[in-house]
Design a binder for this molecule. Structure first.
Ligand code: SAM
Length: 287
């Protein structure tokens, strides 16, 4: 077998369907002297299935990445070729590898990226939303306040947005998406490329109920694709329910206080509620 040039090879692997691997990826995995894998127990059966029989498999994951990057760099500097794979899809995309690539680039080591499966791009292909401009948002924050803050930041994002989510966290995320984005369209791809591939095409407001009604929605990995904000969409940032409470509070309290209570109660943008409160205050008859 030909000796691969010493370099770091970034090799995407399937996100479910074993046929989704390129000829080049298989060749690089066969020829690399060392394969760094996120979970060696997980990757061994895949490599066996691909006929990659005698690799030196090294673990490379979130918890050892910074410390291990220097060792991997040394192996390449000693003349070894190293392939990096993750559990599924493209390494570095919500997966380890970033520090290693930075290390290699800084050391003048060649980094060879291979194109291949990526759940974000796969979902975007099927969503039917604008693809001329999109942004990848990875995993949303877990803590409630941080989650709502992030979604609020994205309220006026004019590019299609792509999020990763785990089945366990999806119910809470769906509720939050509904509160912040209301009637905005969303597509959630579950178990893509696998036997039970499903796309939920709905609005943010309905997503939570739709997932709750599907007994299978708790299984399998998911990607959510959110339609961009459009200035002419007529989307109101403050729901009717929030506006009703705001109207009552503005009559009794200082505007700022009323706006804070409502934005905290409904998880909507403080600025939007404040603007709405000022408008309501103007409507209030002078006493
Ligand atoms: N590096 C991977 C890639 O290129 O897509 C992503 C790894 S990240 C740790 C795992 C997340 O990717 C999952 O939580 C889910 O959001 C998404 N994902 C991976 N495979 C998927 C699939 N077959 N269907 C839907 N989502 C998937």
């Amino acid at each position: 077998m030909e000796e691969l040039e010493p370099a770091l090879y970034i090799v995407p692997t399937p996100i479910g369907n074993m046929e989704d691997i390129t000829f080049r990826a298989v060749r690089i995995l066969k020829e690399a002297r060392i394969i760094c894998a996120e979970d060696t127990r997980h990757s061994r059966p895949l490599l066996e299935q691909l006929g990659v029989t005698s690799p030196v498999l090294e673990s490379f994951h979130d918890h050892n990445e910074t410390e291990k990057a220097a060792r991997v760099r040394n192996w390449i500097q000693e003349g070894k070729s190293v392939a990096l794979i993750s559990d599924a899809g493209t390494p570095l995309i919500s997966d380890p590898g970033y520090h290693l690539v930075v290390d290699c680039v800084n050391a003048g080591i060649r980094v060879v990226p291979l194109p291949g499966p990526c759940a974000a791009i796969t979902a975007l292909e099927a969503a039917g939303f604008p693809t001329d401009r999109f942004c990848f948002e990875g995993f949303l924050p877990v803590r409630e306040k941080a989650l709502y803050d992030r979604l609020e930041e994205l309220r006026h994002e004019t590019r299609t947005m792509v999020f990763y989510e785990t089945p366990r966290r999806m119910p809470d995320t769906a509720v939050a998406l509904g509160r912040v984005f209301g009637d905005r369209e969303i597509v959630v791809g579950r178990e893509m490329t696998k036997t039970f591939e499903t796309f939920y095409r709905t609005t943010c407001k309905k997503l939570s109920g739709i997932l709750a009604n599907d007994v299978n929605s708790g299984r399998g990995e998911m990607v959510a694709v959110l339609y961009p904000w459009r200035p002419d969409s007529g989307e109101t940032a403050v729901s009717d329910e929030a506006r009703r409470l705001l109207r009552l509070l503005v009559a009794e309290l200082p505007v700022k206080k009323a706006a804070r209570i409502v934005s905290e109660t409904f998880g909507c943008s403080k600025n939007d509620v404040y603007r709405e409160a000022l408008a309501l205050q103007k409507e209030e008859p002078e006493s």
